[in-house]
Design a protein. Structure first.
Length: 379
């Protein structure tokens, strides 16, 4: 019952990288793809026109947990779904809510049905079950839904990680069954991805991926990364599961990564990524350029008339100098966040475009070598 169709158009013969097309009811997405994060149904500082028309973003991520607490999924359903509510014409992916329940909520308790938690906004009690989070995401009208998972903190014992992973697999089966029933009642084009967990234990990751692959899902997410572990470990966890997850389905590494890591994940068979870094770092004055990082508050930029990144043709780089951007930042002006976020997201999209082009033109291993040496030089 593949409803969101994924097509592999080119494969690198030397790595696990591939280029593909993900066809959704809200447009076709070229992969590998980076998805900007719109936690509250907005990418902070940018309008939907900036994102869709100017930057060419084809898919955004929004947070199930945050939108469930405020404004609430029933309001969003009444407003015609999330696409209409936020006036977003392209595809939307919503996460499971699991990560936020386990990281933001001061109180949460795992029960037989799911997880009970207190809202971080006002302390109210709520329950997420594998079934209810599917219903919430269907109320949003998300193109791609995530199954409820438990994201354990790092580090945890093997014993706890195993117990938690088994719970995530059980929840994924329940979510999948519920989702298929809902789709049978009212056919619509969505996809539900279960999430591979297992902390930093390759044996648990493999066991989890094997169990989830049996579900025959439309795609698979790899979660529990970027939780404070050393970076090589995150890549190792992706490697552990890559040959188990079906090659015909997209793989989504959740919450990664730094610009230099994007090609590393793609080399390990990842098709989709999301991260708050380009937008969050932009607001803090950390800009990613083709020559490395620029910390804009540094005094050396106060009379620097060059564009932020000479190799970038975004609105920020074609119109403004480093000196002006620094002035906006140190003055606390709102425009800084807008211009900086616009550039950083463009930088990520440009990197993904270069990666895709390298895969299709069979030069990805060379691209990867250059990216590695550039990142070593940048320290
Ligand atoms: Zn730029």
């Amino acid at each position: 019952m593949t409803q969101i169709f994924f097509e592999v158009v080119a494969e690198c013969p030397h790595t696990r990288a591939r280029a593909g097309l993900l066809h959704t009811p809200h447009g076709t997405i070229e992969t590998p793809v980076f998805m900007p994060v719109g936690t509250q149904a907005t990418v902070k500082g940018l309008s939907q026109r900036d994102l869709a028309d100017d930057l060419g973003v084809k898919i955004l991520l929004a947070n199930t947990y945050h939108l469930y607490l405020r404004p609430g999924h029933e309001i969003i359903r009444q407003m015609g779904g999330l696409h209409r509510f936020m006036s977003w014409p392209n595809a939307l992916l919503t996460d499971s809510g699991g990560y936020q329940v386990f990281s933001l909520s001061g109180m949460r308790k795992i029960t037989g049905d799911g997880v009970v938690f207190r809202s971080h906004l006002n302390g109210d009690l709520h329950t997420f079950t594998p079934e209810s989070t599917v219903d919430v995401q269907l109320a949003y009208g998300s193109d791609i839904l995530m199954a409820l998972d438990e994201c354990p903190e790092y580090p945890v014992s093997h014993e706890y990680a195993r117990e938690s992973m088994h719970r995530t697999v059980g929840w994924a089966r329940q979510a999948d069954g519920h989702y298929r029933r809902r789709m049978a009642e009212s056919p619509a084009r969505h996809a539900l991805y279960p999430i591979v967990q297992g902390s930093m234990f390759p044996d648990l990751r493999r066991e989890c991926a094997t169990a989830l692959a049996d579900l025959g899902s439309d795609g698979y997410a790899i979660g529990g990364l970027s939780v404070g572990e050393p970076r090589p470990l995150s890549l190792e966890m992706v490697e552990a599961t890559e040959d188990i997850l079906p090659r015909s389905r997209p793989r989504y590494a959740m919450g990664v990564g730094m610009p230099a890591e994007l090609a590393e994940y793609v080399a390990r068979g990842v098709d989709m990524m999301d991260c708050v870094l380009p937008s969050r770092n932009a607001r803090n004055g950390c800009l990613f350029t083709s020559e490395g990082r620029v910390i804009i508050k540094h005094a050396r930029y106060k009379d620097d008339g060059r564009p932020l990144d000479e190799g970038c043709n975004c609105y920020t780089c074609t119109r403004y100098s480093r000196a002006y951007l620094r002035h906006l930042f140190v003055s606390g002006e709102i425009l800084f966040a807008a211009l900086a976020t616009r550039h950083n997201i463009r930088r990520y999209l440009d990197i993904m475009g270069e990666i895709r082009h390298a895969i299709i033109s069979l030069s990805f291993p060379e691209y990867l070598r250059c990216a590695r040496s550039a990142s070593l030089e940048a320290g």
